[in-house]
Write a protein that binds this ligand. Structure first.
Ligand code: AMP
Length: 398
C-alpha cells in the first residue's frame, strides 16, 4: 500500500510517499512560495537527483496538483497512476480537546478542525486547505488527519490547567495542549524498543530540539506533561520564540515600545529565542560558530537554551519519580553533540552520565550514555511522516 503524507504550511508544503509493506520511503518533496511569485516544487525520487519545477502555483490545490503529477511522472514518479496511492495522511496541528488520536477525515472532522482554528490561527487554516485540495483532486481516496496535539491529551489536569480564572478554560478553552506530539510518541516508542522493555513499563523524557523545541514526560507510553502550552510559544527557548517568561513582561514592553498585540506576538514568536539573545541568527550552527569566535551573546544564547532544557529534564525527573531514558531528537538534538553534552553535563546525581566518545555521532539511532549510566541517554532521529503513514494505514479502510 502506497501512502501519501502531506504537511501543509501557509505558503509551503512538504510531502512523502511511503510503501507501507516495508515502510520504505519512495519519494519526498517540498513546494515553496505557494500563492507568491516564484513558486517552486522540489521533488526527489529516492536514489535519483532532485527534479525542480518552477511554475506559478496560485493556491494549495494548484500546488498539490503539481505534486500528484510529479508522483506519477514517467521519469521522476513512483507510481504508474494515482490509483496506486491508496490513502493520504495529513499532519494537522491543533485538534483542541476533540481528538486524542488520529481520525479518518469526514465532514464532521472537518467541522471540528474549523472550530479549532481559533486556537491555531496560523497553522490549522493551511492544514484544512491541504485536506480540501486533496479531497477535490482525489475524491475517492480515504484521508486521515494526524494531530500534533493528540499525544498530549493524556496529560492530567494538574499539568494542563493554568492558574488563571477557571472560567477562561471553560469559556475559551485556554489550557495547555502541547505540540510535536507525533514526534514525542515516535521517539518514546523507539526508546522502549531500544531499552528492550515493554512501553507500558517505561518512563522516558523526550527532548525534541529543533527550530521549535519541546520536552515531554512520557510514563508508560502516555504523555503526562510537556513544555509547550496553549500555543507553541511556551516552554523552552527556541530559534525565534521566547519560551517561558514572566507574563508581566508582555504589557511592560508593549507599553515602553508602543507595540500592538500583533506586534508583541511577532516579537515573542519571531524575534526572540536564540535569535533575540544572540542578535545573530535563529540557526544553532551560526550561533555556535559565533560563540566559538568568542561572541558573548552567542555564548549566552547557547547557555540559556541548555539551562532551560536541563530545568525541564529535572522537573520531569521529579514528576516521573525517576526515568529510564532521556531522548534527543530533531535538528539540534540529532546533530549537535556539543549541545547534548552541555545539557547532560553535571547530572550524575540524577544517574545521567554521557559518554563523550559515543556522543560523537549525528542523525543515527544510538545510545550515547556511559555503560554505567543509570539513565540511558538516547539519540533517536524522529520520523513524523512514518507515524502519520502508519496511522493512515490503520484508519484509512476502517
Ligand atoms: P528542525 O526544526 O528539527 O528541522 O531543526 C532545525 C534546526 O536544527 C536548525 O535551525 C539548526 O538550528 C539545527 N541544526 C541542524 N543541523 C545542525 C547541526 N549540525 N548543528 C547544530 N544545529 C543544527
Amino acid at each position: 500500500m502506497k501512502v501519501l503524507v502531506i504537511n501543509c504550511g501557509s505558503s509551503s508544503l512538504k510531502y512523502q510517499v511511503l510503501q507501507m509493506e516495508d515502510e520504505t520511503l519512495l519519494c519526498k518533496g517540498l513546494v515553496e512560495r505557494i500563492g507568491i511569485e516564484g513558486s517552486v516544487l522540489k521533488h526527489e525520487k529516492i536514489g535519483q537527483d532532485k527534479f525542480v519545477l518552477e511554475v506559478p502555483m496560485k493556491d494549495h490545490k494548484d500546488a498539490i496538483g503539481h505534486v500528484l503529477d510529479a508522483i506519477v511522472d514517467a521519469e521522476h514518479g513512483i507510481a504508474a497512476s494515482m490509483a496506486e496511492i491508496e490513502a493520504v495522511g495529513h499532519r494537522v496541528v491543533h485538534a483542541g480537546e476533540k481528538y486524542a488520536s488520529s481520525v479518518k477525515v469526514t465532514e464532521a472532522v472537518m467541522a471540528a478542525l474549523e472550530e479549532c482554528t481559533e486556537l491555531a490561527p496560523l497553522h490549522n487554516p493551511p492544514n484544512i486547505l491541504g485536506i480540501r485540495a486533496c479531497q477535490e483532486l482525489m475524491p475517492e481516496t480515504p484521508m486521515v488527519a494526524v494531530f500534533d496535539t493528540a499525544f498530549h491529551q493524556t496529560m492530567p489536569a494538574e499539568s494542563y490547567i493554568y492558574a488563571i480564572p477557571y472560567e477562561y478554560y471553560e469559556q475559551y478553552k485556554v489550557r495547555r495542549y502541547g505540540f510535536h506530539g507525533t514526534s514525542h510518541k515516535y521517539v518514546s516508542e523507539r526508546a522502549a524498543a531500544m531499552l528492550g522493555k515493554p512501553l507500558e513499563e517505561t518512563k522516558i523524557i523526550t527532548c525534541h530540539l529543533g527550530n521549535g523545541a519541546s520536552v515531554a514526560a512520557v510514563n508508560g507510553g502516555k504523555c503526562v506533561d510537556t513544555s509547550m502550552g496553549f500555543t507553541p510559544l511556551e516552554g523552552l527557548v527556541m530559534g525565534t520564540r521566547s519560551g517561558d517568561m514572566d507574563p508581566a513582561i508582555v504589557t511592560f514592553i508593549a507599553q515602553k515600545e508602543n507595540l500592538s498585540n500583533a506586534d508583541m506576538n511577532n516579537v515573542l514568536n519571531k524575534k526572540s529565542g536564540i535569535l533575540g539573545i544572540s542578535g545573530i541568527s535563529s540557526d544553532f550552527r551560526d550561533v555556535e560558530a559565533a560563540a566559538e569566535e568568542g561572541n558573548y551573546r552567542a555564548q549566552l544564547a547557547e547557555k540559556v537554551f541548555a539551562h532551560k532544557v536541563r530545568g525541564y529534564i529535572g522537573s520531569y525527573f521529579a514528576e516521573l519519580n525517576g526515568c529510564d531514558a532521556i531522548v534527543f531528537t530533531a535538528g539540534v538534538g540529532e546533530n549537535d553533540k556539543a549541545m547534548r553534552a552541555t545539557i547532560c553535563s553535571n547530572m550524575e546525581a540524577l544517574g545521567v552520565k554521557i559518554d563523550l566518545e559515543k556522543n560523537d555521532v549525528r542523525g543515527k539511532e544510538t545510545v550515547i550514555s556511559a555503560d554505567d549510566s543509570k539513565v540511558k541517554v538516547l539519540l533517536i532521529p524522529t520520523n513524523e511522516e512514518l507515524m502519520i503513514a502508519r496511522d493512515t494505514v490503520a484508519l484509512a479502510n476502517a
